[in-house]
Every structure is written in structure tokens, then in C-alpha cells.
Design a protein. Structure first.
Length: 467
């Protein structure tokens, strides 16, 4: 209770301190009041005295009750189509777990490719990649689907955290966590905060990042990173066991226990493939990504893959709807108030004389490593994405280069600590990797990801004509 009280005092006090300051020249008082509320909301998300959904609900309630925003404006975020895309994607993920399709995909790949520790590592991250477009909760993907498999494999090779962590367990735990970091960045629907970044890019810079554009922009740096990182970890943090023929035997046993592929799994697989095709060809079909996702969920309901009870019980989807809808509403109104334009102009003028490329690199590095102070990717995006994007563009950085760079690093920054994102405590808590080693490896991986995603990635985006 004491923690809730002092955190609440910090949250309320931060907003009141801003309100006590003179309104900057060029801003309306309503914009300044909304900024104070927005800052308080961000700090609340970081401190989390209550669940994030409850905090978001209270934030828009305050906005309406104090007449900072009219009800329609405060609630406008809930009508945004991208929010319903992510809700539908959560329900896709539920079908993967409920039918066992995600688990079957993992064991099928292990049976074919699991003859060595390195190949096993690539198999695990490949599984993560395959199911990531339909799993916006990277915690559900890494924790609900893959963690039990990784943990079972470690035990099968007699690698336990207390006695023999380095035999194979430490390596596999790091590989999957760092692989999940990469797959989270590769699709708009592979991490819950990605649609928020796309929405903020539209609000702050007036550019549209569609599902297909996000996937196309990420494919080259993403695949390259998935090839490099497991091998790099294999060299700097090698497992003692190099050959793993037992993995194939374990996979065969698990598949035998599961039995033949069920009708429900086949239906989910077909719906997923069709959804991927429609998402990636939206520029030709004209079918909106949200409509595709909702059609997929409707098909699952019609075929009884999901019941309405399943839909109602998917707490992650409805929690995301509340906090993201609230944030989108507040962020959208903050942009309309003129605050974002004023901020970018003011800060951009301070960087006058610095070439845009160097300004962009500095901003990107600061943005990435500021995540040492965050335990949530969403809170990081909420706190910093719009501001850093607008400042980068104000210095002359191409809009799409900046928007994509900050969006991808909003995921890749989760590599650095054992509390950086929801999957982190799951894998760190297994006890295979000490905290010091986790931070050391995480920092090394973050540098490699910066080089690959911004170095190679920016060249790929230029080839695509995005800047």
C-alpha cells in the first residue's frame, strides 16, 4: 500500500509541476494541460502502481472530468482500426495455443533439424518467426509456446540451472530470448506496441506504415539478424554439448503423444496462411489489414475453433484495447493541439548546424539505451517515440527512415536487461543465465542489432525508395 501511495504522489506531482510552469510561447493552455496529463500517464506506466489498463482508463477519465478533452475526443482512440487489428491478432494467438498448432510446428521443425545444438537454436528461432505474425503478445509466444519446449530440451540433455546450466540450457535460453527480440520487430502484429508506433508515426509525421510495408522493410535486416545472433552467441557463450541427437527423439515422442494433426489445427493453419497472403497483398486487393484479421477470427468462430467464451476470456486482447485506445486518443489529441509541432520545432532548432545523419544516430542511440530505465516496451514507445521521431525529422532526417528506425529499435532494445520486456523475467527466472552475463550479452547483441538494422536496414529501405 505504501508503494502505491508514493508512486501515486509522484505521478500526480509530476503533472502538477508542469501545470505550475508558465505556458510556453506558441502553445495554447489546453495543449499544455494535455501535455501535463500525458506526462503523468507515461510516468504511471513506468511506475505501474496499478495495472496499465486501469491507469489508462483513469487517465482518460481525468481528461474528460477536468474538461481538458471532450468525451468524444478522449475516446476517439477506440475507433482506430489498428487497435482492432491487434485485438484480432491476440485471438489468432489463442487459436495457436488452444489447438496445439504452435507446439506441433516447433516439434516438427526440431524433428527435422535438431541434430546439433546450433541447428536446434536456429530451429527454435525459426519456430518463433513462423508464429510471430499471429502472436502480438511476445510473452505468449516466447513464454506460452516456446519456453516449455526450451526448458524440456534442456532437461532432456541433463542441463539444469543448479548443476549444469552451460551444458545446453544457458545457450538455448539466450538464443530464444534474443531471437524473440528480433521477431518482435519483424511484423506489425508480432508485438503489441508495434501498431502504436505506426499510429504515432501517422499522427506525428503524417506517414503511413502498413502491415505489408512494415514486413517488407524488416525482412532483410530481420533475417540477417536471425542468422547472425544465434551463431554469435554460439561463439561467445558456447554450449558444452554440441551434438543433440536426443532432440529428434524427444520431438518424435512429443509428436506421437499429440497424435495426427487434428481438423482444428488444419483449419487454423489454412486461416493463418490465407491471412498472411491477404496481409502481404493488401496493396493489390485493397482489403484492409484489420478486415483480414477480423475475417480470420470470424472464420474461427464459425468453425468453432474459438468459442465466444474464448473471446471473452482473452484478457490480453481486452486489456490491450483499453490501454492502447486510451493512449491513441491522448496522443492524437496532443498532436492536434499543436504540441508535437511546437516541440519538434523547438528542439530541432537546438540541433541546428549538426548534419541530420549524426543527429539521427545520436537520437537513435539515446532512444535505444534509454530502455535501461524501462520495464515495458509499450511504456518506452509511449514516452519517447513521437518526441524522438519529430525531432529527428526536424533536423532533416527522412521521415520513413526515422519512423522505421525508431519503430524497430523499440523492440530490439529489449535485448539489454533481464526486465526489459514481458518475456525477460520468464527466461531469466529459469536460472540458467546470471544477471551480469545477461546484461553483457544483451549489450553486445544490441550493438549488433543496431549495425544490422540501421546500417544494412537503411540501405535496404533506400533500395525500396523509402528515403
Amino acid at each position: 500500500m505504501k508503494q502505491v501511495l508514493w508512486k501515486g504522489a509522484v505521478i500526480i506531482g509530476s503533472g502538477l509541476c508542469i501545470l505550475a510552469l508558465p505556458v510556453p510561447e506558441g502553445l495554447q493552455i489546453q495543449a499544455w494541460q494535455l501535455f501535463a496529463l500525458f506526462v503523468s500517464t507515461i510516468i504511471a506506466f513506468i511506475l505501474q502502481p496499478l495495472p496499465i489498463g486501469a491507469l489508462a482508463f483513469m487517465s482518460i477519465t481525468v481528461a474528460i472530468a477536468t474538461k481538458v478533452l471532450k468525451p468524444a475526443a478522449a475516446l476517439s482512440g477506440f475507433s482506430d482500426s489498428t487497435i482492432w487489428l491487434i485485438v484480432s491478432a491476440f485471438l489468432f494467438a489463442k487459436s495457436f495455443i488452444k489447438t496445439g498448432l504452435g507446439k506441433r510446428i516447433a516439434f516438427l521443425l526440431i524433428e527435422k533439424m535438431g541434430s546439433s545444438t546450433l541447428r536446434l537454436a536456429y530451429t527454435i528461432v525459426l519456430t518463433d518467426l513462423i508464429i510471430s505474425p499471429a502472436t502480438p503478445s511476445n510473452a505468449a509466444r516466447a513464454g506460452g509456446v516456446l519456453y516449455p519446449i526450451v526448458r524440456s530440451l534442456a532437461s532432456a540433455f541433463k542441463s539444469e540451472p543448479e548443476t549444469s546450466p552451460r551444458r545446453v540450457g544457458s545457450y538455448l535460453m539466450q538464443v530464444e530470448y534474443q531471437g524473440n527480440t528480433i521477431t518482435s520487430a519483424m511484423f506489425m502484429t508480432s508485438m503489441a506496441g508495434n501498431p502504436l508506433a505506426a499510429l504515432l508515426a501517422a499522427q506525428a509525421a503524417g506517414i503511413e506504415i502498413s502491415w505489408g510495408l512494415w514486413a517488407l522493410a524488416s525482412v532483410v535486416p530481420g533475417v540477417l539478424a536471425l542468422l547472425v545472433i544465434p551463431y554469435y552467441l554460439y561463439k561467445v557463450y558456447p554450449p558444452e554439448l554440441k551434438k543433440t541427437p536426443e532432440a529428434k527423439l524427444l520431438a518424435r515422442q512429443e509428436l506421437a503423444d499429440m497424435g495426427p494433426m487434428t481438423g482444428a489445427e488444419k483449419i487454423v493453419a489454412c486461416i493463418f496462411v490465407v491471412a498472411l497472403l491477404l496481409w502481404s497483398t493488401a496493396q493489390y486487393t485493397g482489403i484492409h489489414a484489420t478486415a483480414v484479421a477480423m475475417l480470420g477470427v470470424s472464420a474461427m468462430l464459425l468453425t468453432h475453433i474459438l468459442s465466444w467464451q474464448d473471446v471473452m476470456q482473452e484478457k490480453g486482447a481486452w486489456d490491450t484495447l483499453i490501454w492502447m485506445g486510451a493512449l491513441v486518443g491522448l496522443a492524437g489529441q496532443l498532436a492536434k493541439s499543436g504540441f508535437i509541432k511546437w516541440f519538434s520545432t523547438s528542439v530541432g532548432s537546438m540541433l541546428t548546424g549538426i548534419p541530420w545523419l549524426w543527429a539521427f544516430i545520436i537520437l537513435l542511440i539515446v532512444y535505444t539505451y534509454a530502455h535501461y530505465g524501462f520495464a515495458s516496451l509499450t511504456a518506452h514507445i509511449t514516452a519517447m517515440y513521437s518526441a524522438f521521431l519529430t525531432v529527428a525529422i526536424a533536423t532533416g532526417a527522412p521521415a520513413y527512415l526515422a519512423a522505421l528506425g525508431f519503430a524497430f529499435m523499440s523492440n530490439l532494445c529489449m535485448s539489454i536487461t533481464h526486465y526489459a520486456a514481458s518475456p525477460a523475467p520468464i527466461y531469466y527466472g529459469a536460472g540458467y543465465v546470471p544477471q551480469g552475463k545477461w546484461w553483457s550479452l544483451g549489450f553486445q547483441v544490441s550493438v549488433i542489432n543496431l549495425i544490422i538494422w540501421i546500417g544494412v536496414g537503411s540501405l535496404w529501405w533506400k533500395t525500396l525508395g523509402l528515403w
